[in-house]
Design a protein. Structure first.
Length: 97
């Protein structure tokens, strides 16, 4: 099952994204979620299929959520994951002398 999906980013939370079916746009997204998400900023459209891999989401979960509830919300990674990705030299610069 292939789906054409529109992806929006949140202006309030870095790395928070909302996936919706392009044909539905934001019609099926609950109003309270849109209020918390902030005014959605369209980033791009893409074709999703079970064979496609996504960087941080399980494609099957995304497709199921799109089918069942009309949207999928990708939350930002936990903040400690940001620290894991910092180069060691940046971390050492902040060490007390």
């Amino acid at each position: 099952m292939k789906r054409i999906c529109s992806i929006y980013k949140s202006p309030r939370k870095n790395e928070m994204y909302l996936y919706v079916l392009k044909s539905d746009a934001l019609k099926r997204v609950p109003e309270n979620l849109l209020v918390a998400f902030g005014p959605p900023i369209h980033t791009f459209d893409m074709v999703l299929s079970p064979e496609r891999q996504l960087a941080r989401e399980d494609i099957h979960k995304v497709l199921d959520n799109l089918e069942q509830q009309g949207f999928h919300l990708q939350m930002p990674p936990p903040e400690d994951e940001y620290i894991e990705h910092l180069p060691d030299e940046l971390l050492r610069r902040n060490d007390p002398v």
